[in-house]
Write a protein that binds this ligand. Sequence first.
Ligand SMILES: CC(C)(COP(=O)(O)OP(=O)(O)OC[C@H]1O[C@@H](n2cnc3c(N)ncnc32)[C@H](O)[C@@H]1OP(=O)(O)O)[C@@H](O)C(=O)NCCC(=O)NCCS
Length: 177
Amino acid sequence: MTPARIAPLDLSDRVTDAVAVMAAAFGLSTRDSRERGVIFDRHAQRPGLVAYGAFDTGDRLTGFCYGFPGQDGGWWANQIEPHLAAAGHADWLRDAFELTELHVHPDHQRRGLGRTLITTVCGEATEPRVLLSAKAGETPARHLYRTLGFVDLTGPFRFVGFDTPYRVMGASLPLPG
Ligand SMILES: CC(C)(COP(=O)(O)OP(=O)(O)OC[C@H]1O[C@@H](n2cnc3c(N)ncnc32)[C@H](O)[C@@H]1OP(=O)(O)O)[C@@H](O)C(=O)NCCC(=O)NCCS
């Protein structure tokens, strides 16, 4: 297996590769992948974007993570706000870094890439806290987040138009270690 390099990711240049990694890691349909490409294109233009990739020796993208400063009135903030408020955590939205995506291709998982990617991206955030939404079940992702100090800020809820239950998790920055 080839060694990995963690380096800044030019998301706008690698949207197709990022979608392919996410599709393999998360199990996306063709239609979901197409929609995800449109979203990644849009996110690539967000002010303050911090994006890192894991690359093999052939410069193939094997994992990626990105986020940006939270934006009042953004789709994600609007969706999670009532659930945070209901749990008494609405203040977490103020001045938070939004950790938007973290995916490692299944052929490259369990080698520390996911942990290195998220700690590297969060290490560049200037906000005092970080928020993310994760599938509500006991997944490897949620295990990883908890080891980094993330806590559940909401119970399970569904984003409008989606069936899968998610939870919002948050951590103070800088992350431990
Ligand atoms: C979550 C994900 C990014 C982790 O990537 P990774 O490179 O495998 O993670 P690491 O090797 O850095 O491991 C991080 C921790 O997760 C644990 N872990 C990773 N895969 C696991 C699995 N399949 N089962 C149990 N634990 C697992 C590791 O043991 C490690 O914990 P430890 O340090 O306490 O032992 C990867 O599993 C993934 O892409 N999953 C699908 C997409 C997804 O859920 N993304 C998150 C969206 S919110």
